[in-house]
Design a protein around this ligand. Structure first.
Ligand code: TXD
Length: 310
């Protein structure tokens, strides 16, 4: 039997998720949105079914607003909620998105209690916290997608700056999905060569800042709405690692219970994603400077989470 992927939210990211999941034949796909947008999602689903003959995939794809249709889903990816507009911070979305995530969490808990859940909605680190609280799912079953995207942006900017293939840039970004996230130049390599040896301190500083503001750079260009291609790919990479037990090590917002000195908070850390879900958090020995940066992002996430009334 095919696996089942439930996409909660069929907007900009949701529709790309559906296309990628179909192209990768991850399973059958359900796109769920609010009743007023259900017909659009039915249309998107039908359009994707009609793309299949040339896209070379077999999948049943439907649009709906009924949680019954996600019954038994293996993976749930949540993008439901509002995106940013120019001039907004991610935290500005808190009050509106918290209600949406609580509602989604109840629907998922009722109909897909075994699903591996990937939360994408902003403010990310707080929304994954709320989803986890409301569902009460075990911590290996719930993660937030942000670090995978932030790391992709970090790698892309390095490749662009140095004129090298992005395939050869390896590195990671820790912390919350906000302007004080922590890219780690010390642990970034280009074809095995340390970044710190081939880029100047000025170049590195520029790359760190651009990565931290990458989401905002795109929001400014759009004026309304935020990035959707790269966030969708990043979430699909996580889903694929789970469904195919690829055991990728990807930075995700995971519930830390002592790791990195953090307790009871979801924050971006390197995670082993296997058929067990978020199987393990890898700890990195950080330098004093990196630790200070990490504590700053933890403080920001703690503040946002403390404002979540659930
Ligand atoms: O790295 C990351 N985590 C992110 C997060 C990177 C980029 C964007 N990120 C956030 O994802 C963004 O700030 C938003 O909070 C979400 C979704 O972004 P998207 O661009 O897909 O937003 P859209 O196009 O507005 O789509 C959201 C859909 C839309 O169709 C709404 O009708 C639907 O969510 N929606 C709901 N669906 C189901 N149930 C409820 N209650 C609901 N409310 C809205």
């Amino acid at each position: 039997m095919r696996k089942k992927i439930a996409l909660i939210g069929g907007g900009q990211i949701g529709q790309i998720l559906a296309m990628l999941a179909a192209q990768k034949e991850l399973g059958d796909i359900v796109i769920l949105d609010v009743p007023g947008y259900a017909n659009v999602c039915k249309g998107k689903a039908l359009d994707l079914m009609e793309m299949a003959p040339h896209g070379n995939y077999d999948a049943n794809i439907i649009g709906t607003s009924d949680y019954k249709d996600i019954e038994g889903a293996d993976v749930v990816i949540v993008t439901a909620g509002k995106p940013r507009e120019a001039g907004m911070t991610r935290e500005d979305l808190l009050n509106v998105n918290i209600k949406i995530i609580a509602e989604v969490a109840n629907g998922v808990k009722q109909y897909a209690p075994k699903a591996f859940c990937i939360i994408v909605t902003n403010p990310l680190d707080a929304m994954v916290y709320v989803f986890h609280k409301v569902t009460g799912f075990p911590k290996h079953q719930v993660i937030g997608m942000a670090g995978t995207l932030d790391t992709a942006r970090w790698r892309a900017f390095i490749a662009m700056e140095l004129g090298v293939s992005v395939a050869d840039v390896a590195g990671t970004v820790l912390g919350g999905h906000g302007p004080d996230m922590v890219p780690l130049p010390r642990l970034t390599t280009v074809g095995g060569v340390p970044l710190t040896e081939i880029a100047t301190p000025e170049q590195i500083e520029k790359l760190v800042n651009r990565t931290r503001e990458a989401g905002t750079e795109i929001v400014k260009l759009f004026g309304k709405g935020s990035a959707f291609f790269s966030p969708a790919w990043s979430a699909i990479v996580i889903a694929e690692s789970y469904l195919k037990d690829k055991r990728r090590v990807l930075p995700c917002a995971a519930l830390c219970e002592g790791e990195y000195g953090v307790n009871g908070l979801f924050i971006g850390v390197p995670c082993l994603i296997s058929a067990k879900g978020m199987e393990k958090i890898f700890e990195i020995k950080l330098t004093e400077e990196e630790k200070a940066q990490f504590q700053k992002t933890v403080a920001s996430v703690t503040k946002t989470v403390s404002e979540c009334k659930i």
